[in-house]
Design a protein around this ligand. Structure first.
Ligand code: FES
Ligand code: FES
Length: 159
């Protein structure tokens, strides 16, 4: 069985894994990082989105063996002493209903705002097109992402 070493939310894990094990199952079932959700079996919903080496990835579309040597952030590693601006904005803008899509939406938004710190409404919608919300909360999700972007730009100026 192959051995992998992967750093997740700042902790390095070394494990033997089945070659066919999906990364999302490694996160949830092996490490107990159940903040990363599974919402489909077709790579469509984005509920399983995490950051791998700085880019958002649907963790159901990669194998655990492919994570070997990477640095990963999941929703559970996003807060740094306090909530990330995106987490705060999703809360204040009521950008969730059942919350099932939220971890994936937030992780995809982290990537989006790294690439475009001041996205238009249209650009947020485009950037999050790989993430589905069954509660159709898109209006407030877009508002939350733009509000977090403004907050992050403000922090950048103050830094
Ligand atoms: S569970 Fe990964 S895209 Fe739906
Ligand atoms: S808040 Fe329920 S799926 Fe998005």
């Amino acid at each position: 069985m192959p051995s992998i070493s992967v750093t997740i939310n700042g902790t390095t894990y070394t494990d033997d894994v089945e070659p066919r094990l999906l990364f999302v199952h490694y996160l949830r079932d092996r490490l107990g990082l159940t903040g990363t959700n599974i919402g489909c079996d077709t790579s469509n919903c984005g509920a399983c989105t995490v950051m791998v080496d700085g880019s958002s990835v649907k963790s159901c579309t990669m194998l655990a063996v492919q994570a070997d040597g990477t640095e990963v952030t999941t929703i559970q590693g996003l807060a740094d002493g306090e909530w990330h601006p995106l987490q705060k904005a999703f809360n204040t803008e009521h950008a969730l209903q059942c919350g099932y899509c939220t971890p994936g939406m937030i992780m995809a938004s982290v990537d989006l705002l790294e690439r475009n710190p001041d996205p238009s409404e249209e650009e947020v919608r485009d950037g999050l097109e790989g993430n589905l919300c069954r509660c159709t909360g898109y209006q407030n999700i877009v508002k939350a992402v733009r509000s977090a972007a403004a907050e992050m730009r403000q922090q950048e100026v103050g830094a």
